[in-house]
Write a protein that binds this ligand. Structure first.
Ligand SMILES: NC(=O)C1=CN([C@@H]2O[C@H](COP(=O)(O)OP(=O)(O)OC[C@H]3O[C@@H](n4cnc5c(N)ncnc54)[C@H](O)[C@@H]3O)[C@@H](O)[C@H]2O)C=CC1
Ligand SMILES: CC(C)CC(=O)C(=O)O
Ligand SMILES: [Mg+2]
Length: 357
């Protein structure tokens, strides 16, 4: 089994090291090969997703990814910006189905900014379409406006679009996931304003006819953002487009205590997957050894489950994470009175110890 390890930038290198430590101790005979990606690859090779890195990813059974990006690259031409690496990997590998499970571990109920009773026992799954929508739609660019409120002014534009097959396949993924859970799908759209999302709603409704045992609810994205903090446990599976899913999953991360707790799996139709925390490269804390590695370690567990057929090992990691939390160990983002503050490497070491104890 081949794993491509792409740490990236900022805290990406720190958190991926901890996940690799955890994978190594399982002794499962993986072949792990690392490559540069994002700003690190731009510095070394002049491109955020060099051909050699893309090739390594394509040939792997699974990819363990950290994060890319740094403010210092924000002035580069867009195709050279670090974020293009993760967008490119998603596009080139066809990773259209992004699973972002938001689970509030009982030990972290007090770490969330929400009242304990709202989040205790929370287990929801956000399924975000990952290769379409306004993030990939063409045309896009800058031009001189010929109409609108200010004809003749400089303007920028992007294109929001979804085709029927793109919506159908992510809707199938969501209904099938719901069948294995509490059989409820909330499809989040903005059909009251955007034609793209009226179409999304229509297609999801069509696909639902094949899943009469699953309840389907439609919700506008603004209301969904509000309901997520009002009554998060009312959700089971949430399915939505690329941009709304990006925003709502960061919001949902706070229901788990921290964005440092939200893992993700991005899958294509061949079962190949890229596994990364839902957060970014966190330049504000990079290099300080304080980033929470648990979202990345839990993403490695998802990798074992979804791409490497190692369910038992995935569960061992998830149990080890819970053990470490039960021991009271916390990185600063999830620290609360009465618990022990630890750094990134100490947290990784504690997971390794819990696995081998
Ligand atoms: N998949 C990827 O590679 C992603 C990359 N980015 C990039 O990351 C850079 C920073 O973006 P931001 O908007 O600041 O988002 P971010 O997710 O990197 O950070 C947001 C906040 O959460 C904190 N945080 C994130 N991960 C944490 C962890 N594991 N432990 C403790 N605290 C954590 C950060 O310190 C920061 O205060 C940008 O260049 C952005 O484009 C952002 C999201 C995803
Ligand atoms: C940096 C973006 C390309 C992606 C993002 O924010 C995400 O995947 O959550
Ligand atoms: Mg995001």
């Amino acid at each position: 089994m081949k794993i491509a390890v792409l740490p990236g930038d900022g805290i990406g290198t720190e958190i991926v090291s901890e996940a690799v430590k955890v994978l190594e101790v399982l002794d499962l005979k993986f072949e792990m090969k690392s490559a540069l990606v994002g700003g690190a690859a731009y510095e070394a090779h002049g491109h955020p997703l060099p051909e050699s890195t893309l090739q390594l990813a394509k040939e792997a059974d699974a990819i363990l990814f950290g994060a890319v990006g740094d403010w210092k690259y924000d002035k580069l031409d867009r195709p050279l910006r670090p974020e293009q690496a993760i967008l490119g990997l998603r596009k080139h590998l066809g990773l259209f189905a992004n699973f972002r499970p938001a689970i509030c571990y009982e030990q972290l109920v007090g770490a969330s900014s929400l009242k304990p009773e709202l989040i205790a026992g929370l287990d929801i799954l956000i399924i975000r379409e990952l290769t379409g929508d306004i993030y990939f739609g063409q045309p896009r660019g800058r031009r001189t406006a010929v109409d609108g409120h200010f004809p003749g002014a400089e303007e920028a534009f992007d294109t929001m679009r979804y085709s029927r097959p793109e919506i159908e396949r992510i809707a199938h993924v969501a209904f099938q996931a719901a069948r294995k859970r509490n059989k409820k799908v909330t499809s989040v759209d903005k059909a009251n304003v955007l034609e793209t999302f009226q179409f999304w709603k229509d297609v999801v409704t069509d696909v639902h006819k094949e899943y009469p045992d699953v309840e389907l609810q439609h919700m506008y994205v603004d209301n969904a953002a509000m309901q997520l903090v009002k009554a998060p446990k009312a959700f089971d599976v949430v399915v939505t487009g690329n941009m709304f899913g990006d925003i709502l999953s960061d919001e949902a991360s706070m229901l788990t205590g921290s964005i440092g707790m939200l893992p993700s799996a991005s899958l294509n139709s061949k079962g190949q997957g890229l596994y990364e925390p839902s957060h970014g490269s966190a330049p504000d804390i990079a290099g300080k050894g304080v980033a929470n590695p648990l979202a990345t370690i839990l993403s490695a567990a998802m990798m074992l489950r979804f791409s490497l057929n190692q369910e038992a090992a995935a569960q061992r990691i998830e149990t080890a994470v819970q053990k470490v939390l039960a021991q009271g160990l916390r990185t600063p983002d999830i620290w609360s009175e009465g618990t022990t503050k630890v750094g990134t490497a100490q947290m990784g070491d504690a997971v390794v110890k819990a696995l081998t104890a």
